[in-house]
Design a protein around this ligand. Structure first.
Ligand code: PLP
Length: 389
């Protein structure tokens, strides 16, 4: 039996395909330096693991728990937003607990749009936003994120037709894949744009803890009126190295949160409560691990950019996230360059065109290996003799 007509419209999941290619190369015995995927390479801090261990044995945590998340975690999410961003969140009506934010990001069109509606997606952008359009039976227009605009959308450049039909816009800063960042004035402009055109806003704040060169990432909800128009997703995957634990949350507009929670009621019967206790411990506990982690990514970024410049690769340093968005050398498409790096240098990167049309001409490099391996990756690329040096 074949997959449904709807599912047949889903492209092969970009990162699943990339992971397969890399594992095939590794299984041939090759020493691949994997800069392709966004999988944090460091451990979850010990106090978070301890919080899991101390709650995992309690039989109370072996049962179904409240469908919409345990109270302790909802309150931890609200306290986190107050402490970090001075944003007031009602833990009872303005938080949705999720098994990773990917779930919520994909469910959102199903939660608040109707079949045939349009949404606006960034190009380049995180590929799973597109999956949400297919599964939610909605259409999308895209807006370009280009270097000259600091990888921010230019709302004024959108056509009246596109603005008229859009019901929801996806934003993500610090940005995957470009490493671009947004400031408060951009989010204020976004709230004004959303109100003027009656468009809901979703901000994906996955890299909220990762700003470089003194940039402190700003929450969308810090903009006045943001809660009237939208929500923000926050994952624990990156901030606390908890990608495998599958836990995150959404906060903001209570009607949108209620719609997400309704889907959660039907699709999930809560996360493992011990994971939720551990997530609360991460949000409430000592935050020094977050700064330590950020500094490690910044040093790796510095190594990458210095080494790239040393070999004559003219690339720009990202201001946030744990990705660098590097221009491919002249004469190559993104895919050709990506394949060449994998086949001839044993270095895996993500081809920019996988993130959209405007990703052509770029590759995404993850800052997810040690400084030594990062140097080694650039040395291997240098040996290909593509740059003037
Ligand atoms: N949003 C962005 C921009 C991401 O890069 C990722 C993961 O790579 C996610 C969301 C998904 O995060 P989670 O682990 O919470 O599902």
């Amino acid at each position: 039996m074949k997959a449904s007509i709807k599912l047949q419209k889903l492209p092969t999941q970009f990162f699943a395909a990339l992971a397969q290619k890399v594992s095939a190369a590794i299984s041939e015995g090759r020493d691949i330096i994997n800069l392709g995927q966004g999988n944090p390479d460091r451990q979850t801090p010990a106090h978070i693991i301890k919080a899991l261990q101390s709650t995992a044995e309690d039989p109370q945590n072996h049962k179904y728990s409240p469908f919409q998340g345990i109270q302790e975690l909802k309150e931890a999410a609200a306290n986190f937003y107050k402490r970090e961003y001075n944003v007031d969140i009602d833990p009872n009506t303005e938080v949705a607990i999720l098994g990773g934010t990917k779930t919520g990001l994909v469910e959102l069109p199903m939660a608040i749009l109707n079949p045939g509606d349009y949404m606006l997606l960034p190009d380049p952008g995180y590929p799973d936003y597109l999956s949400g359009a297919v599964l939610g039976d909605v259409y999308y227009d895209t807006f370009p994120l280009i270097e000259e605009n600091g990888f921010l959308p230019d709302y004024k450049a959108l056509s009246p037709e596109v603005k008229e039909r859009a019901k929801l816009i996806y934003l993500n800063y610090p940005n995957n894949p470009t490493g671009g960042t947004a400031d408060l004035s951009f989010f204020e402009e976004t709230v004004a744009f959303a109100k003027e055109n009656d468009i809901a806003v979703v901000h994906d704040f996955a890299y909220g803890a990762l700003g470089f060169d003194g940039v402190q990432p700003v929450s969308f909800l810090q903009a006045e009126g943001a809660k009237e128009v939208g929500i923000e997703f926050y994952t624990l995957s990156k901030t606390y190295n908890m990608a495998g634990w599958r836990v995150g949350f959404a906060v903001g507009n209570k009607d949108i949160i209620a719609a997400i929670n309704l889907i959660q009621d039907h699709l999930f019967c809560s996360l493992f409560p011990a994971v939720q206790h551990a997530a609360a411990a991460a949000l409430n506990g000592d935050q020094s691990c977050v700064e330590e982690q950020r500094a490690i990514y910044e040093s790796r970024r510095n190594v990458l950019i210095e080494e790239a410049h040393r070999i004559g690769w003219d690339v720009k340093a990202p201001k946030g996230s744990f990705f660098a968005w590097l221009k491919v050398p002249n004469g190559f498409t993104s895919e050709e360059f990506t394949n060449l790096l994998l086949e001839k240098a044993n270095v895996a990167v993500a081809s920019g065109n996988g993130f959209g049309e405007y990703g052509e001409g770029y590759v995404r490099v993850g800052l997810l290996v040690s400084e030594e391996r990062m140097k080694e990756a650039i040395m291997r690329i240098e040996k290909l003799g593509l740059f003037k040096g």
